[in-house]
Design a protein around this ligand. Structure first.
Ligand SMILES: [Ca+2]
Ligand SMILES: [Ca+2]
Length: 307
C-alpha cells in the first residue's frame, strides 16, 4: 500500500529534529550511579547492632544506552575495619538485576592482608560467587567486583534500569562493641578510577553514594543494642518507651513468638542480668513496662539503665 505524502513542512521537521537532539544530549549527560541502598540491623545510620547479621544492598542505576551495554566493570566494594573489628559469615547474594540476567553476570573475589588494601590477592575465579565463609580476621579487607563477560548480557540491562545488583551479608560480634566496620568502593584493577566501560561507548564513571548522600566510605560503630534505659522492646531507637513496646512484648509472648531484636531492651526487669535469653522475657517484663507507663507514670516511675 502506498503511503500518502504527509506534507511535513521543513520548518516543523527542523523543530522536531532539534527537540530530538536536545533530548538525546540530555540523556547522555545523565550520570549513572551505584548506591548503598539499605542496611539491616542498624541502630542508626551509623551504628550496627553487635551480634547480628547485616545485609547491605547495593543498587545500580543505568540511565541510558551507554550504561546498559557495558561489558566490563571495575567497580568493586570492600569490607574492612579500620580498628580491628572481626566479622564472620560473609556471603554474597544476588539481587534482582542479576537474578534476571543469570548467565551473564559474574562475581569474582579478592582477599588481602594489607591494611591499606594496596595489594589485592585474587582468590576466586570468574563466575564464582563468594561462598559462605569465615572472617578474614581483623585488620584485613575483602573486596568484591562484578563484571559482565558475555555480550549477550546486553539484553538484560535496559536503558533506565534501576535495581539491586547484589547484597553483602556479614555478622558482627559483641566482643567488638566500640569498634568500626566500613563498606567502601575500590577499583579491582589498581589505581585508575571506577569505570563502566564498553568498546562502543567508551569510558563512563559511575557516581558512588554511600547511602547518606556522600561519595565516601560508609562506616558504622558496632554498638550494644541496649542504649540508655531498658524498655525499647520494639527497638524503635527511642529511649522513652511507648505502648508500642508493650505491644511488641505481648506479641512475642502470646502471638507470634518472634520480633524481639534486642533481648537486653526487652528484659525490662533484668531477670537475665547482662546476657538475657528468650526465657528471661516473661509477663513480668510486660508488667514492669505497664507499671512505668500507666501506673507509677513516667514522671515518678523508674526504668533501669542497660547493664
Ligand atoms: Ca520503642
Ligand atoms: Ca525479664
Amino acid at each position: 500500500m502506498k503511503r500518502r505524502h504527509s506534507g511535513f513542512r521543513p520548518v516543523w521537521l527542523s523543530i522536531w529534529l532539534a527537540l530530538c537532539l536536545a533530548g538525546s544530549t540530555s540523556a547522555q549527560s545523565t550520570t549513572g550511579w551505584i548506591r548503598l541502598d539499605s542496611v539491616t540491623n542498624q541502630l542508626s545510620p551509623t551504628q550496627l547492632i553487635a551480634g547480628n547479621t547485616h545485609r547491605v544492598a547495593i543498587r545500580y542505576h543505568f540511565p541510558d544506552e551507554a550504561y546498559s551495554s557495558f561489558w566490563n566493570l571495575t567497580n568493586a566494594f570492600e569490607l574492612y575495619s579500620p580498628d580491628g573489628a572481626d566479622w564472620s559469615n560473609l556471603v554474597e547474594q544476588n539481587g534482582a538485576l542479576i537474578v534476571n540476567c543469570p548467565t551473564h553476570v559474574f562475581f569474582r573475589k579478592y582477599y588481602t592482608s594489607q591494611d591499606d588494601g594496596s595489594t589485592w590477592q585474587r582468590t576466586g575465579a570468574w563466575g564464582q560467587l563468594l561462598p559462605p565463609g569465615p572472617s578474614t580476621g581483623p585488620n584485613s579487607r575483602v573486596a568484591f567486583s562484578v563484571a559482565m563477560v558475555d555480550a549477550g548480557g546486553y539484553a538484560c540491562f535496559t536503558s533506565g534500569m534501576d535495581g539491586i545488583m547484589f547484597y553483602l551479608d556479614f555478622q558482627t560480634h559483641s566482643s567488638d562493641i566500640g569498634r568500626t566496620m566500613c563498606v567502601d568502593t575500590v577499583n579491582d584493577r589498581g589505581t585508575v578510577p571506577w569505570d563502566w566501560a564498553s568498546a562502543e561507548y567508551g569510558t563512563r564513571l559511575p557516581e558512588w553514594d554511600n547511602g547518606l548522600g556522600e561519595s565516601a566510605p560508609r562506616c558504622w560503630e558496632i554498638v550494644n543494642c541496649c542504649q540508655g534505659r531498658v524498655g525499647d522492646a520494639n527497638l524503635s531507637g527511642e529511649d522513652e518507651p511507648t505502648v508500642s513496646d508493650v505491644s511488641a512484648l505481648i506479641d512475642y509472648l502470646f502471638i507470634s513468638g518472634t520480633g524481639l531484636a534486642c533481648l537486653e531492651e526487652a528484659d525490662v526487669d533484668q531477670t537475665g542480668g547482662i546476657n538475657p535469653t528468650e526465657g528471661n522475657i516473661t509477663i513480668g517484663d510486660v508488667s514492669a513496662l505497664i507499671d512505668y507507663l500507666f501506673i507509677t507514670g513516667p514522671e515518678s516511675g523508674v526504668l533501669p539503665e542497660c547493664l
